[in-house]
Design a protein. Structure first.
Length: 257
């Protein structure tokens, strides 16, 4: 955590510790013991014990009687529901994305711009979609996703480059492009085309076409994605089929220029 944030007199350290406990449950492990939570959160076991007890009493954690380990509680979902239900872009985009899904017959997603990442807040899966592609809340790196590069193309070039330079650029697949200059070339292309395409860069086997959604001032808010499996499409055929559908949806959702 940024040292300046922690030194701010308005900063509440106990809340930060609470959130560190909840963030410890990120990843593939559903249940964690106190020692694991301590190691992942960086907090001592005594602090973790108090935090976990409080969060369990409030419903944000659940304790398994058989294993004496903890998992996220259903109360956590209340925040997701309220966020998605009340977000104006989600409300605006939902009918358009449902229609787009019908027309393209492939997976359609809506993501929001969040610094070095995008977060999926709406997912219209295809009939054979893997489970992980149907779950909202998934966070992905901005530098290697079609939606992320479409979003970066709507920023000033210097700002886009700064975000990429400051972002962790770990290769997620053998096709992931991590070089800053090469990524900027793709962003420049997306700026000229009005969309971006990525083939197996973020998820093995996925091909994705995406365009940015912006506000009245032209600032990027998120992106619309159309995704399919490379086993079903060549990049050229996917682009020819999906580009007109994507551009029509973006025109309907974005303010007039």
């Amino acid at each position: 955590m940024d040292k300046k944030i922690k030194e701010n007199p308005l900063f509440v350290n106990s809340i930060a510790k609470c959130m560190a406990v909840l963030r410890a449950f990120g990843g593939t492990s559903r249940q964690l013991g106190l020692q694991e939570i301590s190691e992942r959160s960086g907090l001592d076991k005594s602090t973790v014990q108090r935090m976990v007890h409080t969060l369990a009493q409030l419903g944000y954690l659940e304790r398994c009687a058989a294993t004496r380990r903890y998992a996220l509680g259903t109360a956590v979902l209340d925040f997701s529901f309220q966020f998605i239900r009340s977000h104006p872009l989600v409300e605006l985009a939902t009918p358009h994305l449902i229609e787009l899904r019908k027309r393209c017959d492939e997976r359609v997603d809506l993501s929001l711009f969040d610094g070095p990442t995008i977060v999926y807040v709406m997912r219209q899966p295809s009939r054979l979609a893997p489970f992980y592609t149907t779950v909202v809340g998934r966070r992905m790196p901005i530098f290697c996703t079609a939606g992320g590069r479409a979003i970066l193309a709507r920023l000033p070039r210097d700002e886009a480059r700064r975000i990429i330079a400051e972002s962790p650029r770990e290769a997620r697949t053998p096709q992931t492009i991590t070089d800053i200059d090469a990524i900027m070339e793709l962003i420049d292309r997306a700026r000229a085309d009005g969309y971006s395409m990525a083939v197996e860069e973020a998820v093995p086997g996925d091909i994705t076409l995406a365009g940015a959604l912006v506000n009245e001032e032209g600032q990027p808010l998120g992106a619309v994605h159309i995704a399919a499996r490379v086993s079903d499409w060549t990049p050229a055929a996917f682009l020819e089929r999906m580009r007109p559908l994507l551009l029509e949806t973006m025109e309907a959702l974005n303010p007039p220029r």
